[in-house]
Write a protein that binds this ligand. Sequence first.
Ligand code: ADP
Length: 397
Amino acid sequence: MKILVINCGSSSLKYQLLNMEDENLMASGLVERIGIAGSVITHKTESGEKIVKEVEMKDHKEALNQVLAAITDEKTGAVKSLDEIKAIGHRVVHAGEKYSASVLIDDDVIAALEECVPLAPLHNPPNLIGIRAMRELLPAIPNVAVFDTAFHQTMPKEAFIYPLPYEYYEKHKIRRYGFHGTSHRYVSERAAKVLGKDLKDLKIISCHLGNGASLAAIDGGKSVDTSMGFTPLEGLAMGTRSGIIDPAIVGFLMENESLSSQEVDNVLNKKSGVLGVSGVSSDFRDIEGAAKEGNERAQLALDVFRRRVKKYIAAYAAVMGGVDAIIFTAGLGENSPHDRAEIVKGLEFMGVKIDAEKNNVRGKDTVVSADDSKVDILVIPTNEELMIAKDTLSLLS
Ligand code: ADP
């Protein structure tokens, strides 16, 4: 059973073709500059060979046509015919309060996702374009939507209601939604398997630390709290995002820097986080390099970032009345032993103790806590595409 996974952005799209018999990645790729001069598709074969093709792609439909051509290419493709693809799984960012699990797409689902566009104006429209284009290109093949927000729909009301006038929740649906749900779900299920325990018996704190970063408190397999909120701006300090700040700073900046609300939004989303503090880069590797060379602001940015992750870990342990496992995932979480060690330093009082030798690992499922640690600490590489393909498969049957 072969499943195509599509992640459509505004001018780019990523894809993966998975064989679900053995969960093998048969092909993957990236289309960039859709609708802009110089559009290009980079296709990667199962053996890792890269084929780069510059070809004009005016819109997502043309881009997806190129994807289908790349997958079925006689020499470098992965399948002989498109008939071999049984379904398409789409990553969709926002499902509002409408869906708490993945769904088979029909006209009603598309209408519901249209309604969620005001909640994710940058992300849902390209996701919808991708869905519509695939329905046109391959009308006989079912499409499934897998949402970033769905996993967090189990949060209790006291976790998702903001202390604002309640009418804003009723009128505008302003509440915490949370994101990275597919990743938090994947790594928590995987961690339970690695530990040989039942997910239902575990209190897990999942730390997805990439360019965008969030934590989730997962009790018995259900998300009970998460650090991202109404938008993916809340919570941790990120590559370029501020995360939590005193909300009064927004008005202060508008007044004193003569910024419009959109300009402040731009500062908080694109010029803040570790980039803003360090002035070096949004990439953690660059910042760590600069810090090693003695750049104090680079070091400060790392300290601000790590401190906040630590605070959330302790807060989520309190919310769940304990913690059995802490998971590190995504770019930094999977690949930076030093950051993992710095983040959990000082949490020994909670029974959290990392093993320096075991922690010297990158990008593979590993338990990195010390033998006498009360809490298991794990590195679990995330795989959102596999999770999307799994959901797609299970909705077909
Ligand atoms: P996203 O999917 O949100 O764009 P990723 O999960 O790919 O992000 O994570 C990207 C981040 O991970 C970058 O800031 C990068 O510097 C960081 N990262 C990757 N490898 C390492 C490493 N070895 N040490 C520190 N940071 C790393």
